[in-house]
Design a protein around this ligand. Sequence first.
Ligand code: GLY
Ligand code: MN
Ligand code: MN
Length: 462
Amino acid sequence: MFKKDVYIGRRKELKKIMNKGIALFLGNVDSPMNCADNIFHFRQDSSFLYFFGIDHPGMAAIIDFESGEEILFGNDVDIEDIIWMGVQPLLKDKAAKVGIEKTAPFNQAIEAANRAVSQGRQVHFLPPYRGESKIILGDMLGMHPSKVNAYRSLELVKAVIKLRSVKDDYEIAEIEKACKVGYEMHVTAMKMAIAGELEQRISGLIEAIPLKYGGHYSFPVILTQNGQTLHNHEHSGILKEGRLMLTDCGAESQMRYASDFTRTTPVNGKFTQKQKEIYQLVLDANNKATELSKPGISYQKIHLDVAKVIAAGLKDLGLMKGDIDAAVKAGAHAMFFPHGLGHMMGLDVHDMEDLGQIYVGYDDVTRPIDQFGTAYLRLGRKLETGFVITNEPGIYFIPALIDKWQNEKINSDFINFDKVNEYRDFGGIRLEDDLLITENGCRLLGERVPITIEEVEAAVGK
Ligand code: GLY
Ligand code: MN
Ligand code: MN
């Protein structure tokens, strides 16, 4: 937990933006895996953590923007709980650690919200993403859980995004800790990339790494020789010489800040010539994005500039053809690079995605581009000092997509399908780093995981 002044300060900033009604913040509850007492790993809601810092299930909080009052709700354990869970800190002690004086049992949060609703006061809340939270909010607000999301407060959503988007130094320090653990996860995977090794053994071992530092993975590990499937959580393969192992994973620090890196490693540590050419192109694209990232430039523009690097390189290799600007304008690069360049990162790996990506990644000036591939860009708006973002270009050969485009003659002026078909079993390459936007540019967060061809080859089996 940060010092209590951090949480007091964050709530003070929120109160400067919001001035009417109350905000109801709901923490997460324990979620049963297969029966009530056998639970999934507990993960606190990130906005609750941001303003109230308490990493414990079954909490809620209310901020009254008119009176300034703040109340923390939760239940103290009774003797039966103590028998199973041990003595727990008292609610009032937890509240004191984050600068809140007033506490009340959890069910009083429901009563307080009901009362505010009946008085016709605005009750601001963030959109719930878990079934349990929808049910609790439904009770609090007197509506069916399925209706709750429609009543989330856009004003509160925008205020929270404004505050959480710019990271403070002590948040950067936490992200750097997560990066250090992410580094260890990646070099461990690279070391193990030897033919005959099981994907599930590597993914299982690297998943355990953040646990030993008191954290957790920041999202389920992606580790596969079928990197052309972008979010592939299927780990049943056996590593084979000649294939590429794509690993996309990161850690959460003890304070739940994330890291998120991707590396692609040749099994047995030697790239083929064909792999080297595509790998170097993805690395050039990644380096280009780092070079361009600075305050005032939109990530949408950087995404499109990176797409041009990719299209130009693919043209040099004979896979694309024609005018590069026209090809990118037409979206032809997206057959190879069908996702966005990156996203915000912080307390969530895809930071604040629960609040609505359109409000996190876009604004009135930069709107999403509704074209296949670029439409998946999560972050398009102008970068600002203090943003933490990912830089994750990739090139993939997705047989089903190649067939569709070839059959339907999509962008056939820009793609040499005969040549592309020679790469059908190539897989995919993605290279992802985490960046902090600084006053004059950006800097990589954490020690850079081995990334040049020489570094990656040397890391295998080491
Ligand atoms: N976790 C997938 C990503 O890199 O965004
Ligand atoms: Mn990733
Ligand atoms: Mn990412």
